[in-house]
Structures are given as C-alpha cells and as structure tokens.
Design a protein around this ligand. Structure first.
Ligand SMILES: [Fe+2]
Length: 140
C-alpha cells in the first residue's frame, strides 16, 4: 500500500498542499524501504527523513496559524504532537527489531497514513478556510 495525495486532500493553501505532497512522498519512501530487502538501516534512515520533514512541516503550519491568529491553534498543536509521538514510537519499534516487520508496516498505515488523511481533511482544511475567510474580509 502507498499513501496518495488526491483531490480529497486539497486544502486550497498552496504551501500546506505542497508540503503535504512532500510528506506523502517521505511516507512512501519509508514504505518502499520496508518492502525492498526489509533492511533495518534503510528503514531507520527513511523514518528519520520522515521525522525531520514532519517537524519542519508542523513548524511551518503552526507559524502560519500564529500569523493569522487562528483560534484553534492550541488544539491543532496538540494533534501535531500526537503524530510526532507516533513517529518516535515507530523509531523505538524499529530499533527493537531486526528489520521492519508486517506489524510495523501496519502501524505506519494506521497511525501515520490514516491519521494524516483525517488530520488534513479536518484540522488543516479549517486553517486554510480560516485564512481564506480572513483574506477576503481584509479586502473589503
Ligand atoms: Fe496540521
């Protein structure tokens, strides 16, 4: 299985959308390394790329929310922390094993991909909508 950026994930904010595409590429990079050879070192490396990009992307999203005085920023930051924790747990899981197992891949699917889809469709879309709304009212 691969993660896929489709129209249902578009928020309408160019920065957020392009970073989500990159994030999905990083997730797929991890899944690929889990399938090809099931090599532990490669899996750890691609998971670290994903962790780094997740930190960067969440930082950018949170900065944007501060700039527009987004009222839901506190809850949104809490949600971001959940994924960061999941990625840390995946890291521990991988370190304890000889290489990526089916259970590891199943967790990536459920706790990263499905989480991200839900997060984008709810939390991130609200940010983009709020920004648009504010932008429009400022033009009046
Ligand atoms: Fe977000």
């Amino acid at each position: 299985m691969r993660a896929e950026f489709d129209d249902s994930l578009v928020t309408g904010n160019e920065m957020i959308d392009s970073q989500h595409k990159e994030l999905i590429d990083k997730i797929n990079g991890l899944l690929e390394s889990c399938e090809l050879g099931k090599d532990k070192i490669a899996a750890v490396k691609t998971l670290e790329y994903l962790a780094d990009y997740t930190d960067f992307h969440f930082g950018e999203e949170e900065k944007l929310q501060e700039e527009i005085d987004y009222p839901g920023i506190k809850e949104h930051k809490e949600e971001h922390k959940k994924l960061i924790k999941v990625v840390e747990e995946l890291h521990e899981m991988l370190e304890e094993e000889e290489g990526p197992t089916d259970a590891f891949v199943a967790q990536v699917n459920e706790n990263v991909i499905q989480w991200l889809y839900r997060h984008i469709k709810g939390f991130d879309r609200s940010v983009a909508e709020y920004k648009n709304m504010r932008g429009n009212s400022e033009m009046l």
